[in-house]
Write a new protein. Sequence first.
Length: 450
Amino acid sequence: MEQAGEAVPGPGYRRILQLAWPIMLANCSTPLLGLSDTAVIGRSGTTAELGAIALGALLFSFLYWGFGFLRMGTTGFAARADGEQDEAEVRASIQRALLLSLLLASGLLLLQRPLIDLALALFGASDSVETLTADYFAWRIWGAPAALALYALMGLFIGLGQTRWILLVQLSLNGLNILLDILFAGVLGWGVRGIAIGTALAEWLALLLALMLALRLLRARHQDGAPFLVWSRLRDGRRWRQTLTANGDIMLRTLLMLSAFAWFTNQGARFGDVTLAANHVLLQFISFSAFFLDGYAHAVEPLVGRALGGRRLDILRAAARRSTHLAAATAMLLALAVLLAGGLAITGLTAIEAVRSEAERYLPFAAAYVLLSFAAFQLDGIFIGAGWTRAMRNGSLAAVAAFLATAMMLVPVLGNAGLWLAFIGYVVYRALTLAAYLPILLPQRAEGTA
């Protein structure tokens, strides 16, 4: 910690909190989308329609999660260009990201039929649920261009430190979705199709709001003399290769993380339905804690990117150190809350006594995961802001390999407890593999005060 009166460069704790809290609130508001869909259909629809909404929403969650690199990659490029005071490159970074999102969304629209056929073949729902899910998919997929473009614009806002605008856009998206759900499915009786149309339309309206905010921001900063639409950089093959390489690295890293969580769930299922359900309940605590810890990771991304672009390693280290202090303190409070209030929360989440008993048995493992996970979150934020995407990809591959090796040793001996110990090890391995890269990627000599 810095001593009182010591002149230390970089953002203070208050500035980091100002960047983090809108992300936390935006994250916490995200589950409202699924709740509103479920509530409207649950009161006005059939069991098959409710199943179709659940399955359709799950499909889009997995589908869009894979395109999260549009957000993370844009954040790093925009923040570093901002630190270099290269306003033309700030604009070019979002223009490339929007073009890429349009190309990818076009691919989804063209491949929508084989995508839904593959998804339904994997899940094996009833005929009525499959028919309704296909209808939901066929309408909601037309919101894909807006959804992917929103990822890119969210990356720009984070990269330039405008996190309050993310909260505004997210709350607008959620609010519009709820109102349109009620109108199309509840009032007009369009059922599953109404939910899909309402969600897609809400995504397009939220995109219009985000575009207006982005144009306002970029026009206010447009004082470099270059054209607003930076054609020369959009035709630059080298910059496109950098963009595609970084995004590819982040996508592979995300898919590796997804595979680790899927493997954890699949292994839990081998211990029976009760253990599978109990593990699922405990994962909700981990997801909830991630809403908060992700806020600090997002806050450090623009600070690190801007510092690295400006070649101010002293500021980079100060931002990383202070944000980590806040994240560690928050992780301690969240872990304590899981331990003290987890039993009550489990009772609220399930009325099945066997599941409740099993979840309470493994509650300390979930608390330990939450406590130790902050380091991986923070290092992810630092590496995204710095653009060290290859290290993120390689580190994720090593962490997954170590996780699987640990699980194969512990699960046969300790059962579900061994699975949880390996899962806790996974989040620690993620942090350790990234930390191992820091001495290589970060120059040993800092400029100014370290």
